[in-house]
Design a protein around this ligand. Structure first.
Ligand SMILES: O=C(O)CCC(=O)C(=O)O
Length: 273
């Protein structure tokens, strides 16, 4: 069961923390707890980034390993992570609980079957497994089972304003973003038409709590900044994902998607000759 959405229980849950409200009209649905990682999980957000950096980066030419024990950072230039054929300016790893049951699929805009096997058992990624254990200890109500760590190498790396795609997310649950160091990055909230309604430079360790209700009503993002002034930073985003796709089905769908891609390529080549 995901976090109950009754007012009483919500207040009980959020009353545990000293928080600020970046979007005052959505007080109960979006709040920020500074130094959450340090104060409540006893973690150093820059040390977490160092552990993240120890994971090897996937080479662009290699396809993503289906071995659950092979964990790689997928660079934004990897074809499986590209969006509409373009590299994205950020680099990622995925992890989930209950791996044997199948892929916990969080299908964001532009998600491809080719990226499915980048999701690994969380117990194979020690820094994420540690966060999971501690988070479940302090906030068992969240029942988060899906983790994405994102690296922004400098100010040129970013994520545009968006709402998370909610078809795979447990209704009436919470999305959490934990900011990693060493650099502090701007975090923006916007109306659905893209007008910025709040922005704040979040120090490493901050946690953003956002209900699925708020996610549907506003966008959020980490804008580009000067790459000489802003260095390495990142985040860990945790969610309660309800969609489970058995691995056998993943394998079939991935093969079919590859076949379609090759056929589109052949057609393009024929057209060009
Ligand atoms: O890295 C962040 O601070 C935000 C990440 C995010 O919005 C996402 O992955 O959907």
């Amino acid at each position: 069961m995901a976090l109950a959405s009754s007012q009483d229980e919500q207040h009980h849950f959020s009353d545990r923390y000293e928080k600020s409200y970046p979007v005052p009209s959505m007080k109960d649905d979006v709040f920020i707890v500074d130094n959450f990682l340090q104060k409540h999980l006893e973690e150093d957000p820059t040390e977490l980034m160092h552990e993240f950096l120890e994971i090897p980066e996937q080479l662009e030419s290699e396809s993503i390993s289906t071995d659950p024990a092979t964990v790689c950072i997928i660079p934004g230039s990897n074809p499986a992570l590209k969006y509409r054929g373009n590299s994205i300016n950020r680099h990622k790893i995925w992890a989930q609980k209950d791996y044997r049951d199948g892929l916990r699929a969080y299908r964001y805009s532009g998600w491809q079957w080719a990226i499915a096997n980048a999701t690994k058992p969380i117990e194979n990624i020690p820094f994420l497994e540690r966060i999971r254990r501690k988070l479940e200890n302090v906030l068992p109500e969240l029942e988060h089972n899906h983790y994405i760590a994102t690296m922004y190498k400098n100010g040129n790396d970013s994520i545009g304003l968006h709402s998370d795609k909610d078809k795979d997310i447990q209704p009436d649950s919470w999305i959490m973003v934990f900011k990693l160091g060493p650099s502090a990055r701007l975090f923006q909230f916007a109306d659905l038409d893209g007008t910025i309604i709040a922005e704040q430079r979040l120090a490493p360790g901050a946690a953003i709590f956002m209900s699925t209700k708020a996610n549907a009503r506003i966008k959020h993002g980490v804008p580009k900044e000067s790459s000489t002034e802003v260095g390495l930073s990142g985040s860990i985003v945790t969610r309660a994902i309800t969609t489970v796709i058995p691995w056998d089905e993943v394998r079939k769908r991935r093969a079919l998607a590859e076949k379609h891609k090759a056929s589109r390529k052949r057609k393009r080549e024929l057209k060009d000759t």
